[in-house]
Ligand binder design. Structure first.
Ligand code: ATP
Ligand code: FE2
Length: 336
């Protein structure tokens, strides 16, 4: 058997170990999701959740994948961006495994990992990435040796907005999939509905986005007596079309012809449909990986680690510190 690279993801709610072979063939991720008892994420509670599960998850991975420690050729981890206490658990576990197994350590940029697993899975070559997750909403494309952020949210991430709206309606975390379900059910009953039925603000500013105003307006609409399903539908229509508009402009400005979706919100069938329609209209290709590779997962960290190690030295201990505010364009792209 060929060796594997293990990846450790711990930027926020998800703690995940995944692996790819040395040739870049992904295997399963072994993940656990921290769900806050009430309210939003509590970073220290999430970090405790991750550290309590670390040895169990890695043991399961080794056992179910039939691996011995000498099959593992390197260990990669998310160095940022994310929540400090959560990132620190992943980094500590990775340093310990690297030392124990005497294998190279490689710190990777979480946002860039979403791009590389997407390229790995879909075969797209030089895409614009629409990265829509809980904490992040960015439109990214490669320029020279960096992935540049062409547009992004100026306040909260789109998934965060969906989760917060869901919470106000008594729906448990994660709210995105429940909003999708309510919107879809309502739209089936009201196929001719127009977005003006539940009027909400449309918040694109040049290449940037914001979601707080939309969130507050949607809560207001429910309070005014609009049906929850109708508000969920309109909320999705507004939020997703704002993202698609910025993504389309990024395609036009960059001259690229592939749009890749990534991040947890990319699991949503409606944003996928909007992507398909927009790309068809402009002769571009819209693509996305399977859901398991849209949400945060250790496999994507392993895949980026693999690509980095093919062209760079490992991360030494002195430069292995986490960076909660690591920017997408900070990372120099040395691989193909
Ligand atoms: P990041 O650290 O990259 O910001 P994250 O911690 O938010 O990521 P992800 O797994 O990428 O984690 O995304 C989780 C988000 O995706 C949640 O906000 C969740 O509500 C949202 N989500 C998941 N599935 C769907 C869906 N079907 N429709 C809409 N949103 C979804
Ligand atoms: Fe992510």
């Amino acid at each position: 058997m060929t060796g594997v690279i293990i990846g450790v993801e711990s930027t926020a709610h998800t703690f995940s170990f995944g692996l790819v072979t040395e040739e870049g063939i992904p295997r399963k991720s072994y993940s656990a999701l921290y769900r806050p008892k009430e309210g939003g994420i509590h970073p220290r509670e999430a970090a405790d959740h991750h550290s309590n599960l670390a040895s169990q998850l890695i043991s399961r991975l080794m056992e179910e994948e039939c691996l011995a420690s000498n099959d593992v050729k390197a260990i990669a981890y998310s160095q940022g961006p994310g929540l400090g206490p959560c990132l620190r658990i992943g980094a500590n576990v990775s340093r310990a495994l690297s030392e124990q197994w005497e294998i190279p350590l490689v710190g990777v940029n979480h946002c860039v990992a979403h791009i590389e697993i997407g390229r790995n899975q879909t075969g797209c070559i030089d895409p614009v990435l629409l990265y829509v997750s809980g904490g992040n909403t960015q439109v990214i494309a490669r320029a020279g040796d960096r992935y540049q952020v062409l547009g992004e949210t100026l306040d909260i991430g789109i998934g965060n907005m969906l989760d917060k709206f869901a919470r106000t309606q008594g729906l448990a975390f994660p709210g995105g999939p429940k909003i999708e379900q309510l919107a879809e059910e309502w739209h089936k009953q009201n196929p001719k509905a127009n977005v003006d039925l539940v009027e909400l603000p449309y918040s694109v500013q040049g290449m940037d986005l914001n979601f707080s105003g939309l969130l507050n307006a949607a809560i207001q609409k429910v309070n005014e007596g609009f049906e929850l399903g109708a508000v969920c539908w309109s909320l999705q229509e507004h939020a997703f079309s704002a993202c698609i508009e910025v993504a389309e402009r990024a395609l036009a400005h960059s001259g690229k012809s592939e749009l890749l979706l990534g991040g947890g919100v990319a699991c949503n069938e409606r944003i996928r449909e909007m992507t398909r329609i927009m790309c068809e209209q402009r002769g571009a290709v819209g693509t996305w990986p399977e859901k398991q590779y849209c949400i945060d997962n250790g496999t994507m960290i392993a895949e980026l680690g693999r690509r980095m190690l093919a062209t760079q030295n490992p991360t030494n201990l002195a430069s292995s510190a986490i960076n909660p505010s690591l920017r997408t364009d900070h990372t120099i792209v040395t691989w193909d």
